[in-house]
Design a binder for this molecule. Structure first.
Ligand code: NAP
Ligand code: MG
Length: 403
């Protein structure tokens, strides 16, 4: 078979530990034999980040802006232990944080659903994709513990020096706590556009919810911005695509999500997204089956797995012990990026290859061959646990039969 040709490179961001091992296996076994891969390679492994004073992370993000599509391996976010382990010059920032700030994007997380693994909410037969606003609110707050007798006010000084004051609370009879939050229209607007674009891109309805009945200015501003942008820029496109934008109160949203069958995007404010994404991921069964894509408002896409570098498995691997690490989310990051490259460049055979590789992966698991994490969860009777590499080799057998 002749290898599938690519026209534009995709940005390849290599990473750390067990996922770095898996990265190479995926490429060697499932990509390079079939695709004449054009990629611009950036090594985001911690050693090279340290060597380049983290410049490589910035460069990879700028390259993503340039080419429009990236695939990223999980990376270590250094902490005190890693400073000693890797003899770091500095405690470098989270690469994901750096890339997100440069691309000004929104992260969409969606589970990969397979027969035999029933979500804890069994009616969830389709994926629920969570989109989390990644700027402001309680994550950039100012807070104080205040003594009894304090009068606390909210003061805003405009650019002409005029002050607007409102009392938050007079602490008569008890000490207490206060907190100042903010968000900016520009970021909320970017978030809204990312969400509407992604809904159109994936042909799914989108839900958004806040507590606007209680927070009549703050949360209401989110609701208004979403509504205005939808009406002005997306209503007609949504009608044409046969999808819907649905706004409701956060309490109502939670109740509807639990009763739903899935199959939509749930856009969440920063804190709601933090909490709900962990709940949704857990309910679907396994973090190793969760994909993640960072989408910017101008339409660049960075695909990755939602899990980390699986450090515990890596240390086993280093000791020469066999591992059974799940490669599915990392593999789907690759298929997501290849498909998007194919869509943008009009390469139907590249899109078809990505589809078949995903089908071959799901078929492998549904036929009973899986890694240890899924083996523990699966209700299949004929299930078999395999090691990290044998799983990918089994996917390759199914893939060959489909090509
Ligand atoms: P983790 O790598 O997600 O792994 C936590 C545990 O979840 C593993 O020990 C394993 O459980 C299970 N697990 C996760 N992915 C799995 C997979 N593909 N197959 C099988 N089991 C899987 O989180 P962590 O150990 O807390 O973090 C390790 C490093 O990853 C940290 O340095 C952190 O900074 C980094 N991290 C990076 C990203 C990213 O780049 N996006 C995200 C999160 C964390 P068992 O041990 O029970 O088998
Ligand atoms: Mg969380």
């Amino acid at each position: 078979m002749e290898k599938i040709k690519m026209t534009t490179p995709l940005v390849e961001m290599d990473g750390d530990e067990m996922t770095r091992i898996i990265w190479k296996m995926i490429k060697d076994i499932l990509i390079l034999p079939y695709v004449d891969l054009k990629s611009e390679y950036y090594d985001l492994g911690l050693e090279y980040r340290n060597e380049t004073d983290d410049k490589v992370t910035f460069d990879s993000a700028y390259a993503t802006k340039k080419y429009g599509v990236a695939v990223k391996c999980a990376t270590i976010t250094p902490n005190a232990d890693r400073m000693t382990e890797y003899n770091l010059k500095e405690m470098w920032k989270s690469p994901n944080g750096t890339i997100r700030a440069i691309l000004d994007g929104t992260v969409f997380r969606a589970p990969i659903i397979v027969k035999g693994i029933t979500p804890y909410i069994p009616t969830w037969t389709k994926p629920i994709t969570i989109a989390r606003h990644a700027y402001g609110d309680v994550y950039k707050n100012t807070e104080m513990q205040v003594p009894e007798g304090s009068k606390c006010e909210l003061v805003c000084t405009d650019k002409d020096g005029n002050e607007i004051r409102q009392t938050i609370h007079e602490f008569d009879g008890s000490a207490g706590i206060i907190q100042g939050l903010h968000n900016i229209d520009k970021s909320i607007s970017s978030f809204a556009r990312c969400c509407f674009n992604y809904a159109l891109d994936t042909k799914q309805d989108i839900w958004f919810a806040t507590k606007d009945t209680i927070s009549k200015k703050y949360d209401h501003r989110f609701k208004d911005i979403f509504n205005e942008i939808f009406a002005a820029e997306y209503k007609e496109k949504f009608d044409a695509a046969g999808i819907e934008y649905f706004y409701t109160l956060i309490d109502d949203a939670v109740a509807r999500v639990v009763r739903s069958e899935g199959g939509y995007i749930w856009a969440c404010k920063n804190y709601d997204g933090d909490v709900m994404s962990d709940m949704v991921a857990t309910a679907y069964g396994s973090l190793a089956m969760m994909t993640s894509v960072l989408v910017s408002p101008d339409g660049t896409y960075e695909y990755e797995a939602a899990h980390g570098t699986v450090q515990r498995h890596y240390y086993k691997h280093l000791k020469g012990e066999e591992t059974s690490t799940n490669s599915v989310a990392t593999l789907f990051a690759w298929t997501g990026a290849l498909r998007k490259r194919g869509e943008l460049d009009g390469l139907d055979d590249l899109c078809a290859f990505a589809d078949k590789l995903e089908k071959a992966t799901i078929k492998t698991i549904e036929d009973g061959t899986m890694t240890g994490d899924l083996y523990l969860l699966s209700s299949l009777e004929n299930k078999k646990k395999v090691n990290t590499e044998d799983f990918l080799l089994a996917v390759n057998e199914n893939l060959k039969a489909m090509l």
